[in-house]
Design a protein around this ligand. Structure first.
Ligand SMILES: C[S@@+](CC[C@H](N)C(=O)[O-])C[C@H]1O[C@@H](n2cnc3c(N)ncnc32)[C@H](O)[C@@H]1O
Length: 357
């Protein structure tokens, strides 16, 4: 069903607020112009109202930005290279805004086609806190790990043991890795002992094959113009992924997949279920079912087959603060290991046992 102009406007205002808070003046300025054009610029109004999906839930504006970026990348558009820092340019909103709308007007059909692609991001900055959590689990259980990632996207965080991570005077991971996560830890001393990963697999509603030719363009198109470091991390992680064996990523819903993969826990390994910035996509009922599957399985296991659950998810009261939490069985221990930003920077490592769960 067609959206109303007011619905689209509310979605654009919501997105503009996020872009302002997350250091993207270019997208914020484009959205201001877009809001002004709604109801007056016929082509733009038709493009967005005809989309039909909930503007916030379906990330309408980010789908538009990703679509324009991919069409512009395919044409090697000069404005992209001139005004988007992620493509080598310098932020200049006064020039970027008219260039964006001129390009959109000239490429409406191609952009409309591309807007059917859902937003896909895979942030490997999160591998810094996640790998520290894996080291912690390996240190506690003394066993190699079997990783199960839920909402894995392209699975780039499943390769966390192939990245170099430094925290203060300590570091882990291969020193010659193409991806170097340095400066992510702001305080505390995470365990540096490297975890031994014997098996890894993931699931996503829309898994992405890191080895497929279009994957870098797809993931790059969703990196915001000023987020240069994210773009660099993504390029480096994709290089690592392409030099590694193809990952096993199932197209599956989290609850069903976790329950299937926890049915048999292997002896002599710690099975680790983990996820980062995924739970917001679940309904409250799915969240409850997901937790129940893991905790019920955990309660039934023994020390030959330990189970750990690592969660890197925003706190309930402030989505800019992300908690790194680890639950372990049969120990029955729940530890808040650290807090971090949504992209895995500013990690404050400070393990605290949580007895309230
Ligand atoms: C914001 S992305 C995060 C991707 C990745 N975990 C990371 O940290 O880069 C959220 C991912 O969760 C996936 N997702 C959402 N709901 C899901 C579900 N019910 N089952 C499996 N995957 C889901 C989406 O498809 C998307 O790839």
């Amino acid at each position: 069903m067609k959206l109303t102009v007011n619905q689209v406007r509310a979605g654009c205002e919501w997105q503009r607020d996020l872009c302002r808070k997350n250091a993207s003046p270019t997208y914020a300025a484009i959205l201001t112009e877009l809001i002004g054009r709604l109801g007056t610029d016929e082509a733009v109004t038709e493009l967005l109202t005809a989309d039909g999906q909930d503007p916030v839930q379906s990330a309408l504006c980010l789908r538009l930005f990703g679509a324009v970026n991919r069409v512009a990348m395919a044409q090697s558009a000069s404005w992209l290279k001139a005004y988007y820092p992620t493509f080598g340019g310098a932020t200049d909103v006064d020039k970027a805004v008219p260039a964006f709308f001129d390009f959109l007007a000239a490429n409406l059909d191609a952009v409309r086609d591309q807007m059917t692609v859902s937003v896909q991001t895979n942030e490997v900055g999160r591998a810094a806190p996640l790998s520290a959590a894996m080291n912690y689990v390996a240190m506690v259980t003394g066993l190699p790990l079997r990783l199960l990632e839920v909402g894995a996207s392209a699975g780039l965080n499943l390769l966390l043991d192939r990245y170099f991570v430094a925290s203060g005077d300590t570091s882990w991971g291969p020193a010659d890795s193409t991806l170097r996560l340095v400066g992510h830890f702001a305080s505390g001393q995470p365990p540096a002992a490297t975890s031994d990963i014997e098996e890894r697999r993931g699931c996503d509603l829309n898994p992405i094959d890191a080895h497929a030719p279009g994957t870098d363009g797809l993931l790059r198109s969703f990196v915001w113009p000023e987020h240069v470091e994210r773009g660099r991390r993504l390029d480096a992680a994709l290089k690592v992924a392409r030099s590694a064996p193809k990952l096993s990523l199932d197209a599956a819903d989290a609850c069903t997949w976790v329950s299937q993969n926890l049915a048999e826990l292997p002896r002599g390994r710690t099975t680790v279920v983990f996820h980062s910035i995924v739970l917001a996509y679940f309904t409250p009922d799915e969240r409850a079912r997901f937790a129940k599957v893991i905790r019920t399985r955990g309660a039934a296991t023994d020390e030959d087959r330990p189970l750990a659950w690592i969660s890197l998810e925003p706190s309930d009261d402030d989505s800019s603060v992300v908690n790194l939490v680890c639950e372990m069985w049969p120990l029955g221990r729940r530890v808040v290991l650290a807090t971090t930003t949504p992209h895995g920077t500013q990690v404050r490592w400070d393990p605290k046992e949580d007895r309230h769960q």
